[in-house]
Design a protein. Structure first.
Lengths: 237, 237
DNA sequence: CGACAGATGCTTGTATACAAGTACTGGACG
DNA sequence: CGTCCAGTACTTGTATACAAGCATCTGTCG
């Protein structure tokens, strides 16, 4: 499961770093990216930076316009909805495939995960990390752990929308409680209850997005195809 | 929907061409790829070829081993099963979201598609093209047409396994009939029937794979991590 | 003052050169 | 004849150079 020792290439490190920065909104939606600037600030050449941007571009997190520039994708409500639909379909279907006796080790992991979610002084990113591990763990229970990779690759826009939502005012505590409810239904073997709890949970996560969009429209894509705008070139000196 | 005029880069053309060749088995699973050879045969430099291989690598269709070589991925039964689970979950959930009155234009497209599927002298690749358009069309009916992109990106191994199966002896006619049954249930507004027909169809597609695996094991991945082997270097001259 | 046109500096796309590492090959040696 | 070791040819990763295009700025002209 661990990555091979060989692929410690700088491209991979840069790709992961940029991806993290985009998902955590450290790189804001709509921000201009320059291969040259990134390369200089990271201390490498354009090549690994460029290849990373191409990968992020395929994930929809970055848009590259030839001869114009590269930009962090604005959060696209359509893609958010698509990701929501996909994850809900997959996670609910996964619950149907839960075996009679669950993998004790994974159950233990999930229990510890939920325990940590209870801590009140939990930072946003720490919570998201636990949230991610929790949902993936549930899918591992039904033998579909690797499918989470596909879900994760598709839900970049959804993740950013969630962070926008939680940056506002909502506390993660509500979601932690919902996680607990889902978990109890799963270990209790009550699949219909687990499905209902999961659906409620995922839709609660989704419901805030329109509110956020009204609040910060500049972070979202407006038209069907956003027109790129070269940023003003300001030279210091 | 059409791609911008600007991104007619050679990278995109090469990426699409290589992807097609991998999916149609024109490039056999396990085959060694060389960035230099591909570049030479395509009349371009390594750069666009390399970037295409990186994209295919992220899709799981190609494996790149630094300093060793690049190879067409062997068909991984685990990834086939994962893709089957994902597409089934998504396509069944999509049927639940069918609106009361269907988009007449899309319905017309699907009808024409099914008509063409009936032609007995249908080549394998032509059938696959129609099959792909049919399933995507169904998802467009329920407003989830763009999610098909995510499904398509995840089911490369499944597609190759299907082609291995159909190369053997099975006729596409059976699947055409199943498509018709699904379509009739959809236009008839009978969602449960549509779901049942869809599930039967998708599982029929899936069921042949183990047989194929027994017949041509060298095309499938065996262990958890396949060890790459540099091919013998044969120099003519 | 306004408008048009060219210079300029940025952007990404492609080509090429070099670096680092692997595996086979061939020969020397025990 | 077997074994070890160095050479060699290939691989991908990274750095750099050049090509082509867009947007802004600026100077000139009406």
């Amino acid at each position: 499961m661990a990555q091979s020792n060989r692929d410690r290439t700088s491209r991979r490190a840069i790709y992961l770093k940029l991806r993290q920065m985009v998902l955590t909104l450290e790189l804001a939606p709509g921000a201009a990216l320059s291969e040259n600037e990134l390369a200089a600030s990271l201390g490498v050449s354009r090549t690994p930076v460029r290849e990373s941007l191409i990968l992020l571009s395929q994930e929809g997190l970055v848009q590259v316009f030839p001869k114009i520039g590269s930009f962090v994708s604005r959060v696209d409500p359509a893609q958010v909805a698509d990701a929501q639909f996909l994850r809900e379909a997959v996670e609910l279907a996964s619950l149907d495939d839960l075996p009679a006796d669950l993998d004790a080790e994974v159950v233990g992991e999930l229990r510890g995960n939920l325990e940590r979610q209870r801590h009140a002084d939990l930072g946003l990113e720490e919570f998201f990390e636990l949230d991610e591990a929790f949902h993936q763990g549930l899918m591992r229970l039904s033998g579909h752990g690797n499918v989470w990779t596909n879900v994760a690759a598709a839900k970049g826009h959804l993740d950013r929308a969630r962070r926008l939502g939680l940056h506002e005012n909502v506390s993660p505590a509500v979601f932690a409680v919902q996680h607990h409810e889902i978990f109890e239904a799963v270990v209790g073997g009550d699949v219909p209850l687990a499905r209902a709890a999961m659906r409620t949970h995922l839709r609660a996560v989704f419901s805030d997005i329109e509110r956020i969009r009204a609040h910060s429209p500049e972070l979202f894509a407006s038209g069907p195809s956003t027109v790129p705008v070269r940023r003003n070139v300001v030279v210091w000196e």
